[in-house]
Ligand binder design. Sequence first.
Ligand SMILES: NC(=O)c1ccc[n+]([C@@H]2O[C@H](COP(=O)([O-])OP(=O)(O)OC[C@H]3O[C@@H](n4cnc5c(N)ncnc54)[C@H](OP(=O)(O)O)[C@@H]3O)[C@@H](O)[C@H]2O)c1
Length: 238
Amino acid sequence: MTNQAARRVLIPGGNGAVGEGAVRAYLATGAEVVVPTRTEQRADEFRELLGDAATGHLHLFAHDYSTFEGAEALAVTMQDRLGGIDDVVAPIGGWWAGKRLWEIDAADWDDAFTGLATTHMAVARAVMPRLSGRGAYAIVVGESAAYPVPGSGLVSMEQAAVLMMQRVLAAEAGDEKRIHALVLGPVRTRLVAGEASWVSAEQVGAVAVALSRSPGESSREVSLRTGADAELILARLA
Ligand SMILES: NC(=O)c1ccc[n+]([C@@H]2O[C@H](COP(=O)([O-])OP(=O)(O)OC[C@H]3O[C@@H](n4cnc5c(N)ncnc54)[C@H](OP(=O)(O)O)[C@@H]3O)[C@@H](O)[C@H]2O)c1
């Protein structure tokens, strides 16, 4: 057991390809790890995937946290059952591609922009008042937040909005709470083998835990373009 043992950690998006790394990293510390997913099926599949790593410290269940009401109910339940929230890792989202901006329809806009941005906002507004200040809130975005990707413009727009949300939250929280952005390059995950130089989901999880355990690391944007970036940060925080 480490000093993370009593930590109460919320990982919305934890059953996703990137989120798996954060879930495994926090479970390995003995923390209480809460992972909501929007369907029972995804919850069952993820539990099976985790195998023995799915200890009694994993709280994995179907719950729709993509609305203000749903996220609020989730945060209230964590407060009631676990006594509070110490850490959040939010790898909410996925990739979207195939149309130029002037070709999208209302459904694309809802799915790839409004739905995801609303979910990040819903989680942030529910969690921030209840965040203990012991740990940190890490919002996960891709490098596409900072440059345009033709044919995937909605991803760039949504990620840029979420990155700005992290900056505003950090500015508003001041010294009281630490709000980080993990800005990722392409990630090696259970779904994409990728290249050896890419950062892995495991490394993303390790960096989230290390930042949480480093109270001296005030709110910041952490670039994880490659695995080497992650190893440098982990060495610095060790
Ligand atoms: N994979 C990469 O190579 C890569 C690279 C750079 C950045 N990133 C960033 O990492 C984050 C996670 O990506 P990923 O590849 O892990 O995606 P993923 O495998 O598709 O997982 C996405 C997760 O987000 C949740 N989610 C998706 N849409 C949602 C919505 N509208 N409302 C609420 N929850 C939603 C899903 O929950 P449900 O189980 O409820 O569906 C799932 O847990 C994204 O921000 C992405 O931009 C990924």
